[in-house]
Design a protein around this ligand. Sequence first.
Ligand code: ADP
Ligand code: ADP
Length: 232
Amino acid sequence: MIEFKGLEKTFEGKHGTVHALKDINLKVDKGEIYGVVGFSGAGKSTLIRCVNYLEQPTDGNVIVDGSDLTRISTKEIRNIKKKIGMVFQHFNLLNSKTVYANVAMPLILENAPKAKIRERVTELLDFVGLADKEKMYPDQLSGGQKQRIGIARALATRPSILLCDEATSALDPQTTDSILKLLQKINEEYNITILLITHEMSVVREICNRVAVMEDGNVIEEGTVFEIFSTP
Ligand code: ADP
Ligand code: ADP
């Protein structure tokens, strides 16, 4: 359902060319929780940003639900992006907007009818356990609550893929655990494919089915969590 084929991404920086991704070949199946792990600068963020076309590949292919993003029109890409939700390390909430408005935002942007928005936002806030917070502002919430709002917003348009960019890296261990449980629930109840990146091995161990280990723009290991973490 997500496939990277010979994916390369280079950036022209002040100090020359940076090869952020070097010939990445990976397949993420529908319904799995797939982890990409590695140190800072390994290329993880660039890799998942290629899935929703926030980065355009320099070479190779990114195939989402059978469509090769490098070969289709901007309009078709826009349609595929609707099927992809994203969760961020620092939540990326709009601080001047209420919790309700933050979760509603993707639906407002696609001109959904008000009644539908109300119904969906209520359902989502209920799902993430923050039904009583809709009139509050992000600054009035804890980190874990903010991330729950970020997750609710990412789910608003009923995506089939959820991208998580260091979604628990700003949270304490206990809160991390509760967010990971929420991601698991999303995966199980809605059969949403989750592609997550993290520098924390513990996160991968906790919830991923399969994992790729990245280093310096390369995938150096790939397999089930059992294969990667069992010591020979
Ligand atoms: P990770 O998410 O694993 O920390 P990144 O994908 O963010 O790694 O970065 C991989 C490499 O690409 C790093 O060397 C980083 O500095 C470089 N890089 C990422 N984005 C840009 C950019 N927009 N311009 C120049 N270099 C970039
Ligand atoms: P703005 O003042 O810029 O419209 P708001 O944060 O007040 O921003 O709200 C954005 C949208 O969300 C509006 O359509 C508003 O009617 C709706 N909205 C905000 N809070 C609620 C709420 N608690 N219940 C229903 N709709 C809400």
